[in-house]
Design a protein around this ligand. Structure first.
Ligand code: 5RP
Length: 230
């Protein structure tokens, strides 16, 4: 999928802003287009305040003179615009391919509306082909990994678990200082059950299943953007 589709999805999200003035900024290559376009709007006089979902997005927004606030400083956000690694027909998502899932989920939880922008390769019949990112505490991470493995077995999944690594073969560290385990499910059958099981493990900080959070998905190919609304 080309970058053009991502850009078209981001342009469509700009049109969704309407009266929103408190805007959450997602992370990743698609969200990056949205932040760039928002920055261009700000340069032309559009006034808003934003909350970033990662250090990377924060730096981009700052470079574009977008006014940034901490999430704690705002009562709520009018909307958040973010990318996704997979989304199904019910607008349930897998996120965290870029490692920002924890802040992304916290920010989305305080937004009245979550808009997902993606190219159409992200739309799937069943979640799970994309490995599910699971953010875990660094303390005793092997213990947590084993507990995730056991929990997966109990739910009849036998996929692999991989500690995410950087290009230098060092563990990837999230903005929150945690590790990420990528869990290979192939196909997630009951996302709610899996979500609860994972959150029940003491060392699991959060996972990349975003269930019943997305209100609108703007899915693009190189020519058109299709709206999927809840
Ligand atoms: C980062 C994310 C991203 O939104 C997701 O990985 C999609 O990224 P991209 O737009 O680059 O495909 O969840 O944690």
């Amino acid at each position: 999928m080309t970058d053009l589709a991502k850009l078209l999805a981001a342009k469509a999200a700009i049109k969704e802003i309407g009266n929103a003035r408190r805007i959450g900024l997602g992370t990743g290559s698609t969200a990056r287009h949205f932040v760039q376009l928002l920055g261009e709007a700000v340069a032309q006089g559009f006034e808003c305040i934003s909350v970033a979902t990662s250090i990377e997005t924060e730096q981009q927004a700052k470079s574009l003179n977008i006014v940034l606030k901490d999430l704690d400083e705002v009562e709520e956000l009018d909307l958040v615009v973010d990318g996704a690694d997979e989304l199904d027909a019910d607008l349930n998502l897998i996120k965290g391919g870029g490692g920002a899932l924890l802040r992304e989920k916290i920010v989305a939880s305080k937004a009245k509306r979550m808009i997902v922008i993606a190219d159409k390769s992200k739309m799937v019949e069943h979640l799970g082909e994309f490995p599910l990112p699971i953010e875990i505490n660094r303390f005793a991470f092997a213990t947590t990994t084993n507990q995730i493995k056991n929990s997966m077995r109990e739910l009849n999944y036998n996929g692999e678990l991989k500690l995410r690594q950087t290009e230098n073969n060092e563990p990837f560290i999230t903005d929150g200082g945690h590790y990420i385990i990528d869990a290979f499910f192939s196909r997630i059958l009951d996302a709610n059950r899996l979500s609860s099981a994972l959150l029940n493990i003491a060392g699991v900080v959060q996972h990349g299943l975003f269930l019943n959070m997305c209100d609108l998905a703007l899915i693009a190919d190189d020519n058109n953007v299709t709206r999927y609304e809840k």
